[in-house]
Ligand binder design. Structure first.
Ligand code: UD1
Length: 361
């Protein structure tokens, strides 16, 4: 592709990026701009990538860099090399990055060194836990981005505490919730439940954080607790490939109430979540989606970068030893959807307007 000096490039790479970028890219196109979509290829399995493009109506990426998996250093180095060549070739007016994955971090480093203006969607979230690779990515990204688009009010305080000038920060709402609200009325779990023989009452589990799925003792404690919950409520587990070996060795496939299935596309997954009685997860985005859906969520982590889901939503942080009692308590209560400022389905439009105003693309 030739130089695109008047265009913005949006960079995505891993599953959680796609539902955030979709409403922004669509709104930018509706405003008459012509965004370039670059997929780094960090995620490459059809069920972690392509299926999201199809379901969310994201345009086919203009470029797929195909960097694939590796250790943090290997993957980030491949991302840096590929993204530098791409940005030198495209000469974009500005770069837009999403979330906190390694593709985000690499894009920010490259754009900064090439003096290309950079906007970060979902800026300012902090778990204050530097053992999480995503926290390192968030801190570096926000230090270098010149436009910080925040989804949640406390992000402004975090950025101010890190010395970010107020004029670099704009509150835009949550584009991932735009995607959820766009699909909410069409979510129907019947087909996927029929396919997997899942009854009316069930919970959904997702686990993929290194802190949970790379450590055999912790993985076993979580699986044992899930087996206790499953005696009361069958659990469906669309399993991220990262956790298969260690969770499998911890007994994940050995309990009748634990139904392990392959990763699901966006609509099947959100349909199951919306119709479930309980979610157990270590994901970031699912804490937000369950809050808006009014589904109780137990987050198996010692902290969260999304505390608003605890104070205003349905989320509760748990350790493995808390899971069984917390699940029992959650099932005994009635839950209502949270209403969070600017999580209203219009974040993508706000972001596209700010990008057009700032970069004139
Ligand atoms: C990444 C993000 C994480 C995000 C998650 C969502 C980073 C540091 N982490 O974690 O924040 O919550 O995506 O899924 O960017 N794999 C496949 N197929 C794929 C991609 C990965 O089998 O299409 C397997 C490979 O064994 C790979 C492992 O998953 O080594 C980890 O993939 P990677 O992209 O490094 O991190 P995630 O754990 O997916």
């Amino acid at each position: 592709m030739s130089a695109t000096r008047s265009r913005l490039i949006h960079i995505v790479g891993a599953r959680p990026n796609f539902m955030k970028a979709a409403p922004v890219v669509a709104a930018a196109q509706a405003l008459g701009s012509d965004p370039v979509l670059v997929h780094t290829g960090q995620h490459y399995d059809r069920q972690l990538s392509e299926v999201f493009f199809e379901q969310l109506g994201l345009p086919e990426p203009d470029i797929n860099l195909g960097v694939g998996s590796g250790s943090h250093a290997t993957q980030t180095a491949a991302l840096l090399t590929a993204l530098e060549a791409t940005m030198l070739d495209l000469q974009p007016k500005a770069v837009v990055v999403y979330g906190d994955v390694n593709s985000t971090l690499a894009a920010v480093l490259v754009a900064s060194k090439l003096l290309i203006p950079l906007a970060h969607v979902e800026a300012g979230l902090r778990s204050f836990d530097r053992t999480m690779p995503e926290e390192v990515n968030r801190v570096v990204t926000d230090a270098l981005a010149d436009l910080l688009l925040i989804t949640s009010p406390e992000a402004a305080d975090h950025l101010a505490a890190e010395g970010v000038a107020a004029e670099r920060i704009r509150a835009v709402g949550n584009p991932m919730i735009d995607t959820l609200l766009r699909f909410r009325d069409r979510l129907d779990s019947t087909p996927i439940r029929t396919q997997h023989n899942i009854g009316d009452r069930f919970g959904v589990v997702t686990l993929h954080r290194p802190a949970n799925v790379d450590h055999p003792d912790r993985a076993r404690a979580i699986v044992d607790a899930m087996a206790v919950v499953a005696a009361e409520l069958p659990l469906v587990i669309p399993l991220h490939p990262r956790g298969r070996a260690v969770l499998g060795a911890a007994g994940l496939f050995d309990h009748p109430g634990l139904l392990v299935i392959d990763p699901l596309g966006y609509t099947d997954f959100m349909s199951l979540v919306a119709d479930s009685s309980l979610v157990l997860t270590d994901s970031g985005g699912i804490q937000e989606e369950t809050s808006i859906l009014g589904v109780p969520c137990l987050t198996v982590r010692p902290n969260t970068e999304r505390p608003i889901t605890v104070t205003m939503g349905t989320n509760r942080l748990v350790e493995p030893e808390d899971i069984a009692v917390a699940a029992h308590d959650a099932l005994a209560r009635a839950w209502v959807p949270a209403e969070i400022p600017l999580w209203d389905g219009h974040a993508g439009v706000r972001i596209a307007e700010i990008l057009a105003e700032r970069y004139g693309a």
